[in-house]
Design a protein around this ligand. Structure first.
Ligand SMILES: Nc1ncnc2c1ncn2[C@@H]1O[C@H](COP(=O)(O)OP(=O)(O)OP(=O)(O)O)[C@@H](O)[C@H]1O
Ligand SMILES: [Mg+2]
Length: 490
């Protein structure tokens, strides 16, 4: 039936006010329309006032994998079409025209219209899924598909970027201290316990945190790292908990998702936790205790399902003793303490580390892999490595750039790290009480020797860092310099 021409005949009949004919014709028209749509639509469905399916065209059940149409009649529409918006249409009485709905890999243009009775009351609705060769809509559908694809790709990339890169096997080393640490980390990965990783800079604290996450049941959920020291204090709260639109001056118009939200279901790594200001310490403590938080500018409580790992290169226990860090938060964070050993405490790992790091460098830079001569390696083993593995990485990277040969030799390493005493380790390389001109049997000599040994031990423990050694000894830095000067030969 030609719908347009039937429409014009209809108005002519209405003009003649032959109501019986009009009603008859209207009935025929709607039946024909339905038949027509049933033929041209991939899917057509009619629901009643309660959004229950009352009719479907033949194609629809086939698309849905339903063999018997009778089984869907009378069912709530969402049970048959899970994403259906028909209920919204019958409840609001408003049509939803030209929506796009996905079915497997295909997308269709869907229109949903309310059906009114003679008094204008909504008695149901009709949903029409247009055939995909509706040519004029093809550009719209293809644009929609393209956007969907882009969205999916971006989501995937984000998920990959969020996924932690390292596993426990990325922590190179087989020294006793590292092997023990890895075993501890493996055990803790199975639990949800908060872990505090302490260690000098460059020892691999972040690497360990990522490895723990990857070995845990949360591995396929996000790993979100926040470097507290790198964020201005004023922004920290929003960064952590998020902010609703317009919550603070300069806040995004749409609000902001906090790291707790981003890490939902996964792990939140709080790096440089010792730098956390007191106000935020209190708020973090509350999340750890109650598992709840509020976004900035909102009073809605949100639940946090996040595992907390934190790290610091500071002596956090000392910060607690000095009142700079909350004791209650410290205990909450430090349920499992893990100490990353300094490189100088695991020098047996040096050959393997150098080999692996040089391999990684050649992969990254595309050159052939390099080796260190035995003398060069021995020289490196006498250095105190205050910057630990990161510093080793940097030294090797520079050595690779400077050296043309396959084997990096002693000279080339010496040029990069001058002044390392190869025959005497750090402690012995420092001045000695005899240099202070004291008689060997005198009490002053014995006391000076004890003091000297204490200073050497502190220097050794602090990688030669005099400021840290002074703190460790409980004396001022100037006082340490003065003492060292006394022992220095003229
Ligand atoms: N055991 C290790 N095996 C291999 N690479 C390591 C190891 N430890 C550290 N690294 C590498 O050293 C670099 C520094 O590691 P990371 O950033 O984890 O240290 P960090 O302790 O967090 O340092 P900082 O305190 O300065 O933040 C990284 O490139 C990391 O891959
Ligand atoms: Mg770090």
């Amino acid at each position: 039936m030609d719908i347009l021409s039937s429409g014009s005949r209809l108005s002519a009949l209405e003009g003649a006010s032959n109501t019986t004919d009009v009603h008859y014709l209207l009935q025929i028209a709607s039946q024909s329309l339905l038949k027509h749509f049933a033929e041209i639509c991939e899917g057509a469905v009619v629901v009643d006032r309660q959004a229950r399916v009352v009719w479907m065209n033949e194609q629809y059940p086939k698309r849905l994998g339903i063999s018997n149409l009778k089984t869907v009649i009378g069912q709530p529409v969402e049970l048959v079409l899970p994403n259906s918006l028909m209920r919204e249409v019958v409840e609001t009485g408003r049509p939803i025209m030209l929506d796009i709905m996905s079915f497997g890999s295909e997308s269709f243009v869907v229109s949903r219209l309310p059906l009114h009775d003679e008094q204008g009351l909504v008695i149901g609705g009709i949903g029409l899924m247009l055939l995909d060769d509706a040519r004029n809509l093809a550009p719209l559908v293809s644009r929609y598909n393209q956007i969907q694809q882009e969205l999916q790709d971006t989501r995937q990339q984000l998920a990959i970027a969020r996924r932690a890169k390292y596993t426990l096997s990325s922590l190179i080393g087989s020294s006793e201290v590292l092997t023990k640490l890895k075993a501890q980390a493996r055990r803790t990965a199975c639990s949800n316990a908060t872990v505090l990783i302490q260690g000098e800079t460059g020892t691999g604290k972040e690497l360990l945190a990522q490895a723990i996450h990857n070995a845990s049941a949360r591995a396929d959920k996000p790993f979100v790292a926040v470097n507290i020291a790198a964020i201005p204090e004023a922004l920290l709260e929003a960064e952590f908990f998020g902010a609703v639109a317009g919550a603070y001056t300069g806040a995004d118009r749409k609000g902001r998702q906090g790291k707790f939200k981003l890490a939902e279901g996964g792990t939140l790594f709080l790096d440089e936790i010792g730098d956390m200001p007191a106000t935020l310490q209190a708020k973090l403590l509350r999340v750890l205790q109650e598992g709840e938080y509020e976004a900035l500018g909102s009073d809605q409580l949100l639940r946090a399902d996040v595992r907390i790992l934190s790290a610091t290169s500071r002596d956090l226990a000392q910060e607690v003793a000095q009142g700079k860090f909350r004791a209650d938060l410290y205990y909450r964070l430090n349920v499992v303490p893990l100490n990353m050993p300094a490189l100088r405490e695991r020098l047996t790992d040096l050959p393997l580390l150098c080999e692996q790091l040089l391999d990684n460098l050649s992969h990254k830079q595309g050159g052939s892999p390099r080796e260190l001569s035995t003398e060069a390696l021995d020289y490196l083993a006498h250095y105190a490595w205050p910057g630990n593995v990161r510093e080793l990485q940097n030294v090797l990277e520079r050595a690779v750039m400077l050296s043309d040969s396959f084997v990096i030799n002693l000279d080339e390493i010496q040029a990069l790290l001058p002044g390392v005493q190869t025959h005497t380790l750090l402690a012995e390389s420092h001045p000695h009480p005899e240099a202070a001109g004291l008689a060997a049997n005198s009490l002053s000599f014995t006391l000076a020797q004890a003091e000297y040994q204490a200073i050497q031990a502190a220097l050794q423990a602090c990688g030669g860092n005099k400021a840290k050694a002074a703190t460790r000894l409980g004396i001022s830095r100037t006082s340490l310099y003065e003492k060292l000067a006394t022992y220095r030969p003229n």
